[in-house]
Design a protein around this ligand. Structure first.
Ligand code: MEV
Length: 321
């Protein structure tokens, strides 16, 4: 029996543009998901995922059917198993159980579960895989579920951990060394599916291709500049670039009034910068602030109706427990 765990993620800069070849910056967050895998003698993959499904009832899928029939909640676990079985010619029965935080806040439960599943499988079947090999398996399976519309930044974050500069498909995955980010994370309380937001932005791009391509390019440039400010730990400059990025996300149509209210409250309370994180439409925002303004920024986000999440960033990547 093997258990592996992987962290959630927080997109710092570059969301949406990353799907179209631009770089992004992402940090792993200490919201860990655990996957336990045990080989069995029967011909079923049994998945018990109370945190994902909301019940302790097991889902039984015949090994030969794995990856062919999904339910939304356990799709990522099963897709990784299917990808792994296919690649390594395995057809063994399995018992798989997952454990995670009660709420994911849009901080990457699917990617964390995918990363933990691939590492637990590799260990259980005696394979030593590099981070990139695990990434390739998990990313291929995520792509199948998300209809080809995923950059994979969240999978890379769950596997490598820390702070990453990332390009779509894992063509570039660079670790950035920095001290802890002076960050405050706020949850807006609402959620829209990532795939539908990515499709919404793709539709906008089709209608205004030159304009939106320019937006993507500019986001790419500001990510490069922000990478530099991260290495210099120039939080003032990093904050300014976050604010510019937020303006472009608004232009892409993925901001909401609630997120805006949290973001402007944080800025008014003295944050260097504040922006939404991820696909938009809800979920989280974050602010970068010096220690003098930290308490006021937290209070401002709470007063605007946000829930401040006390999470460590720069968390460790996937590991065997
Ligand atoms: C979603 O968290 C981030 C997006 O850029 C999608 C992706 O990168 O796969 C919108």
């Amino acid at each position: 029996m093997t258990t592996a765990s992987a962290p959630g993620k927080l997109m710092l800069l570059g969301e949406h543009a990353v799907v179209y070849g631009q770089p992004c910056l992402v940090t792993a967050v200490d919201l860990r998901y655990f996957v336990t895998i045990e080989r069995t003698d029967d011909e079923y993959v049994q998945v018990i995922a109370p945190d994902l499904v909301g019940s302790t009832e097991a889902r039984n899928v015949p090994v030969r059917e794995i990856g062919k029939q999904f339910i939304k909640e356990t799709a990522y676990v099963e897709a990784v198993i299917a990808e792994f079985y296919d690649k390594y010619g395995v057809s063994t029965g399995l018992r798989v159980s997952t454990r995670g935080p009660a709420k994911s806040y849009g901080l990457g439960s699917s990617s964390a579960v995918s990363a933990a599943t691939v590492m637990a499988l590799a260990k259980e079947f005696g394979l030593v895989l590099s981070n990139k090999e695990m990434f390739d398996i998990a990313y291929a399976s995520v792509l199948k579920i998300q209809r080809g519309k995923a950059s994979g930044f969240d999978v890379a974050s769950a596997i490598y951990g820390g702070l990453l500069y990332y390009r779509t498909g894992g063509t570039q995955i660079d670790s950035i060394q920095t001290t802890q980010l002076p960050i405050v994370i706020g949850y807006s309380g609402t959620k829209v599916g990532t795939v539908s937001l990515v499709e919404q932005v793709a539709t906008l791009q089709k209608r205004h291709s030159e304009v939106i391509d320019t937006v993507y390019n500019t986001i790419g440039r500001l990510v490069e500049a922000a990478k530099h400010s991260l290495s210099e730990q120039d939080w003032h400059q990093f904050g300014e670039l976050m604010n510019i990025n937020q303006g472009f996300l608004d232009a892409l149509g993925v901001n909401t009034a609630k997120l805006s209210s949290l973001i402007y409250s944080a800025r008014d309370a003295g944050a260097f910068g504040a922006k939404l994180s991820g696909a938009g439409g809800g979920d989280c925002m974050f602010a970068i602030t010096d220690s003098a303004s930290r308490d006021s920024v937290i209070e401002a986000i709470q007063n605007a109706g946000g829930m401040v999440l006390d999470l460590e960033v720069n968390a460790g990547g996937v590991r065997i427990e």
